[in-house]
Every structure is written in C-alpha cells, then in structure tokens.
Design a protein around this ligand. Structure first.
Ligand SMILES: Nc1ncnc2c1ncn2[C@@H]1O[C@H](COP(=O)(O)OP(=O)(O)OP(=O)(O)O)[C@@H](O)[C@H]1O
Length: 376
C-alpha cells in the first residue's frame, strides 16, 4: 500500500463538493424542504430523467477516490462517570465530593484497541451490546475526538477536515425521508452532495450507477416509508442508505449494524453488496451484532470487543483455532459467531475452559475472569 503525502490529502480539500443547484435554488438545508425538492425534482425529472443515459459507468466524474489505509493503535475512550447525574443537583454535589476522593472518576469505554484495515478489506467489529463497537466506529470515522487517547491515522496522517468527504457513515437508524421514493432520495442527495462542476446529466448518471450497483432497480419508484408510511423492505432501505453514502464515492465506508432487523437472505445480500464495494477499493468497517455463520465467514478481519477490551483480532476463519489454543473449546456444535459472543460476555456454560481459569476461592465474578483471561 502506497502512503500518501500530507499535501496530497490537503489538495483534496480543494475539490470539496460545492452546494448543488437545487440548494442554490432555495432549499435551506438537507431535508427541510421536501415539498420544494419534490417539485424541483419533478421538473428536472420531466425534462431530464427520460434522456437517453449513455452508460459511461466510470465514476470519473467525481475525483478518483483516494484509497485509505486506516491504522488505529491503543485507542482508549472514557466519559465522566458523573455526566449522567448532571441534571440532578443532589447527585451532582455527591459525585463532586466523591470525585475529590477518587483518582479516576471516569467510565472507561474503550481500553486499548489496536488494528488496521486496507482498501479492499472489510473489518467487522463484533461484541455484545454495550461493548463499545459504535463508540469505536465513531472514533474511526472522525466523529468523536474528545477524551480519546491513542492514535488513528489515515494513510499515516491524523484525521483532518479534508477527509470528511472521503468518509461515508451509515448510521443504525436510517435518516432518509419516508415520503420520497428510492430514486428521488438518491437524486436529491446527488444534487445536494455532488460537486457543482458535475453536470445535471452526470448526476443522474451517477444515480443510475448506484441504483444498479446496489440492486435497487425493482424498488426505485417505491417510497422509502417508515412509521405509518408503507415503503420498501428493510434490506432495500438499508441499501438505499448505503447508496446515499456512496454517491460521493467515499474511500472509507463505516456502517453501524447494517444487518440488524434483516432476515438472513437480505443480510447475506447486503454483505455481498459490501464485498462488491470492497473489491472496488473501498475500505469498509462495519459493526455487527450476531452474524449468521455464512456472514461470519465473509469477513476478512474481525475485531472482537468485550467490555471495551480487545479479545480477538484476526481472520474470522482462524478464530476458533485461536481460542482452542487458549483452551476454550465449544462442547456442543455452535455457530462460531455465537461462540465468540459467549466468550466476549464471559458466558462459558457450553464451553470447556482451561483448568487453571478459576482460582479455588473464586465463586463469583467468573465472567470478568474469563474476559480478563482473553484480553489481548
Ligand atoms: N457519552 C457517553 N456517556 C456515557 N456512557 C456512554 C457514552 N457513550 C457510550 N457510552 C456507554 O459506553 C458503552 C458502549 O456503548 P456503544 O454504543 O459503543 O456499545 P455497542 O457495542 O455499540 O452497543 P450496541 O450493540 O447495543 O449498539 C455503553 O455502556 C454506553 O452506555
């Protein structure tokens, strides 16, 4: 992997997208003027959508994405333990007094996480609920800086605002408009987010490429839906969210629980889409809660987190062998992902453990002992 010099990264800021023509025409921000958007879109649509699209599927209309090699080392994150009490004056005083007697009045959420990921790879962040996956994802995406220790570098350079456009972030809760169709959603985003040096035609072409890449042809005219509005399926909505992010061709794509709520076929299809994007040179990091065995084996790398500690970092396919070398072996047939999650919660009911694991006097806190034993 060739590393890119600081001035090359800074050059990218010169090509930041400027505001799209729709916004100039009167919208006051993404999403606050759907009516305007729909009318503007329909006008454009009637004049432009039926143009013969020349299938120049190259993404050359946008600057070629810079491949991103991401490294993170000893990442730690903590929050003030009394933050939650700040609205209660009595508790605030109590915790203030208590903090005078404590050296460390912080809740430690991430405790020294190290890893790296290259373009073309998918890294899965796994772990039980509350283990710190989303927090790590936000740090890697440059969305969380305060109280973060350790280093995170992108092609050997720390995060800087010029990188913002190179990073796509698909959040757990989709933030799409229920009233718009899949195609309208993407066209709207294209006009807002793609550089104004791109022509309208090129923007429509870009939308076409995304619709095809993500297999959204069948639902392109279906509303996104949500709540009381009937719309596309969960898997289609997730793919539309991904489309919304990859329109600007980010080099680094981060996804928070993209498969949650999907049946195994839709989840599998989504993973195939991510694999396709990785093959195009994108660096992909996704959190995943409970993958099926089929999906588990699709990840080049997994990082298993338990209570903020790293407990496994490596190929998904090597994980069982690694844990058995430590003496942790499933006693019944188990999906490897389930086995790993059991270990990360310290639940070893159906798992044989090394003989020396529990000192004789210890009867409680066994889960914590398992996790400490597994920490990298
Ligand atoms: N700003 C904050 N203040 C207090 N606690 C926080 C803060 N941010 C995160 N936490 C806590 O840190 C822990 C990890 O949260 P995080 O959302 O990263 O977990 P997760 O592994 O993504 O969980 P899930 O799978 O349920 O989404 C949780 O206990 C959460 O309550």
């Amino acid at each position: 992997m060739e590393h890119v010099a600081q001035d090359e990264i800074e050059d990218l800021s010169l090509s930041l997208p400027t505001v799209g023509s729709m916004q100039i025409a009167g919208s006051n921000g993404f999403g606050h003027n759907i009516e305007f958007m729909s009318q503007a879109y329909l006008r454009n649509r009637s004049s432009e959508i039926d143009i013969e699209v020349e299938h120049d599927t190259s993404i050359a209309h946008i600057d070629q994405p810079l491949p991103i090699f991401l490294k993170f080392a000893n990442v730690e994150y903590k929050v003030k333990a009394n933050q939650a009490f700040s609205n209660n004056p009595v508790k605030a005083v109590v915790s203030k007094v208590a903090s005078q007697f404590e050296n460390d009045n912080y809740k430690h959420i991430l405790k020294g996480i190290t890893g790296s990921i290259s373009p073309g790879e998918i890294l899965a962040l796994m772990g039980p609920s509350g283990s710190g996956k989303t927090t790590l994802l936000k740090i890697l995406g440059g969305r969380l800086h305060e109280n973060v220790k350790g280093t995170v570098t992108y092609n050997d350079i720390p995060y800087n605002p010029a990188l913002k456009r190179r990073v796509g972030f698909v959040t757990q809760d989709d933030v799409l408009f229920p009233q718009l169709t899949v195609e309208e959603t993407l066209v709207f985003a294209a006009f807002l987010r793609l550089p104004c040096k791109m022509s309208r035609r090129q923007k429509y072409e870009r939308v076409e490429v995304i619709i095809k890449e993500l297999g959204l042809e069948r639902c392109r005219h279906t509303r996104i839906g949500g709540g009381l509005v009937k719309g596309v399926s969960g898997g289609e909505r997730k793919r539309a969210s991904i489309g919304h992010e990859i329109l600007v061709d980010p080099s680094l794509l981060l996804l928070d629980e993209p498969t949650s709520g999907l049946d195994s076929t839709s989840a599998n299809r989504l993973l195939q889409v991510l694999q396709g994007l990785a093959k195009m040179g994108k660096t992909i990091i996704t959190t995943i809660h409970q993958p099926s065995s089929r999906i588990f084996h699709m990840f080049e790398k997994i990082l298993l987190i338990a209570e903020g500690y790293p407990v496994y970092y490596g190929k998904a396919g090597d994980s069982m062998e690694y844990f058995s070398s430590l003496g942790f072996i499933p006693e019944i047939a188990m999906n490897p992902a389930e086995f790993l999650l059991d270990l990360a919660t310290g639940q070893v009911n159906d798992i044989s453990v090394p003989d020396d694991l529990y000192p004789p006097q210890v009867t409680n806190e066994r889960e914590k002992i398992v996790i400490r034993k597994l920490c990298l």
